[in-house]
Design a binder for this molecule. Structure first.
Ligand code: NAP
Length: 262
C-alpha cells in the first residue's frame, strides 16, 4: 500500500538504532511524513519498543547474497532512504547497506558513534583484533571481564589459569552454544550501564582486566570509567573504519541529513 509517506529502512540492533527511530518519529517538521521499517539481524530475542514496523533476519537466502537480497527488499518495499545505525563492529551489514542503496539508487547514511575519550588514570592497551587481545590476556590476566560479544569468544579458548566473567545480553539457550573456555561464568546485562553498577561488578568480581571492543558511544562507556576507577587494565580492540559514503557522528547530524533529503 502506498501511503504517500517517505519510507525509511533503519538497520539497528543498537541503542543508536532505537534513538534515531524515536527521534525521526518525534521530529516536529517531518515525523508525520515518514514511515520506518526497523531491521534486526535476530541475534537476540529482544524486540525493542519503537514506533516502526519491525523486521527480523538477514536479507540473503539460499540463492541470493546479502547485497542483492537487500536491493530486492528495498525495491519491493519501495524504500526511499536507508539509515545504517548498526554496531561499529558489524562491518558486513554496513558495507552491504551502502552497496545495496547505491545499486538501488537511493540515499544511505551511516551513523557512527563518538569514540571514547579515555579517563586520565586508565591503563589502556589497543590491539588490532581478538586474537591479540587473547594473547595479552593469556600472558598477563588473572580475572577478566569479557564484553566482546558471543561470536568472539572462541579466541579465548584454551587459556589456562584465567577466570573469565563473560557478559552477554542473553544466556545461550542451547548447551552447544555455551562458550568453550576453561574457566568461566556468565552474567547477563543489556546497555545502557551505569558507573556505580559497573564499578561494583568489577570490585565484587575482583576483575583485573577488561576486554572490550572500542565501540564508542554513551551506553557502555561506564565500564571504561569503572575499570579506570578500580585500577583494572583495559584491552580495547580497535574499531574498523566507517564504510564509504555519507557518514555522520551522532543523532542530531543524522536528523539534519534526513531533513535535507526529504
Ligand atoms: P555483521 O557481521 O555485519 O552482519 C552479518 C550478517 O547479519 C549480515 O550480512 C546480514 O545478513 C545480517 N545482519 C546484520 N545486521 C542486520 C540488521 N540490522 N538487519 C538485518 N540483517 C542484519 O553483523 P554482526 O556483527 O553479526 O551484528 C549483527 C547485529 O547485531 C547488527 O545489527 C548489529 O547492530 C548488532 N550488534 C552487533 C555487535 C557487534 O559487536 N558486532 C554488538 C551489538 C549489537 P545478510 O547478509 O543475510 O543480509
Amino acid at each position: 500500500m502506498n501511503t504517500g509517506k517517505t519510507k525509511i529502512l533503519v538497520l539497528g540492533g543498537t541503542t543508536e538504532g532505537i534513538k534515531i527511530t524515536q527521534a525521526i518519529t518525534n521530529a516536529k517538521n517531518f515525523g508525520q511524513k515518514v514511515e520506518i521499517i526497523y531491521s534486526l539481524a535476530g541475534r537476540t530475542n529482544n524486540v525493542p519498543n519503537v514506533s516502526a514496523k519491525i523486521r527480523v533476519g538477514g536479507f540473503s537466502s539460499e540463492n541470493i547474497n546479502g547485497v542483492d537480497g537487500l536491493v530486492k527488499f528495498l525495491t519491493e518495499e519501495r524504500i526511499n532512504l536507508v539509515i545504517d545505525a548498526t554496531h561499529p563492529f558489524a562491518e558486513q551489514i554496513s558495507i552491504n547497506a551502502m552497496t545495496a542503496a547505491n545499486n538501488a539508487n537511493i540515499p544511505a547514511l551511516r551513523i557512527e558513534r563518538q569514540t571514547w575519550q579515555m579517563p586520565e588514570r586508565a591503563d589502556v592497551l589497543y590491539v588490532p583484533d581478538m586474537v591479540e587481545a587473547a594473547s595479552v590476556v593469556a600472558r598477563t590476566a588473572r580475572r577478566v571481564l569479557l564484553t566482546v560479544g558471543t561470536k568472539e569468544l572462541g579466541a579465548f579458548a584454551g587459556i589456562a589459569k584465567v577466570h573469565f566473567v563473560i557478559r552477554m545480553i542473553e544466556k545461550p539457550d542451547i548447551p552447544d552454544a555455551m562458550p568453550q573456555l576453561d574457566d568461566f561464568e556468565i552474567i547477563t546485562g543489556r546497555p545502557p550501564f551505569n558507573l556505580a553498577d559497573e564499578e561494583s561488578l568489577m570490585r565484587d568480581m575482583d576483575i583485573d582486566v577488561l576486554v572490550s571492543k572500542a565501540s564508542g558511544g554513551d551506553a557502555t562507556f561506564a565500564k571504561i570509567q569503572a575499570a579506570a576507577n578500580v585500577g583494572a587494565r583495559i584491552i580495547l580492540i580497535r574499531r574498523p573504519p566507517p564504510p564509504d559514503g555519507d557518514v555522520v557522528w551522532g543523532i542530531e547530524p543524522a536528523l539534519k541529513w534526513l531533513e535535507e533529503k526529504l
